[in-house]
Each structure stands twice: as C-alpha cells, then as structure tokens.
Design a protein. Structure first.
Length: 95
C-alpha cells in the first residue's frame, strides 16, 4: 500500500517527511529569524496630506458636476416633443 501511495503522491510523501523533520527540531529553531539591516530614519519635517488642496478639488469637482446636471436639465435640445418624434415612435403612419 505504501508503494502505491508513494508513486501516486510524491509531493505528499515529501511534505510528510519535512513535517516529521520539523517536529524533531527544538522549538527555538522553528520560524524565521529577522535582522534589521538599516534602522528607520524619521522625516526631517512632519508629513501630512494637503487638506486645502483636497478641499478645493472637491469643491471644484462638485461645482462642475452641478453645472453639468443643471445644463442638462435646462437644455431643451435633449428632450423631444411629440410633434418632432419620428412616426415609428408615435404610432402614426406617415403619408
């Protein structure tokens, strides 16, 4: 049975062997070891987002969107009256 298992699932057998080897290691050697190569350097001056620029950008985009909505609402060319609609749309036959 072990031969069939080994031939069909070689990765599983390899992982099982690695897990068994890890169980034999002492607890202190498990895991990763990290070293700080270069310590962090704090910035010379405080860094923060430019709030005034973001506020002005938001106001400008909002005003542009409002202008577009109002221009579309009061523009008469985008709406059609029944008299100018094609005959197929009104249900009347031309002729």
């Amino acid at each position: 049975m072990q031969e069939v298992y080994t031939s069909q699932y070689p990765d599983v057998v390899r992982l099982k062997a690695e897990i068994a080897a890890l169980k034999r290691l002492p607890r202190a050697s498990l895991g990763e070891e990290f070293r700080v190569l270069d310590p962090a350097i704090p910035p010379r001056s405080p860094v923060a987002p430019e709030r005034v620029r973001f506020i002005l950008l938001g106001i400008g985009l909002g005003a542009a969107a409002a202008a577009l909505v109002l221009a579309d609402k009061f523009d008469g060319s985008s709406t059609r009256s029944r008299s100018s609609a094609p005959a197929a749309w009104t249900g009347r036959r031309s002729g």
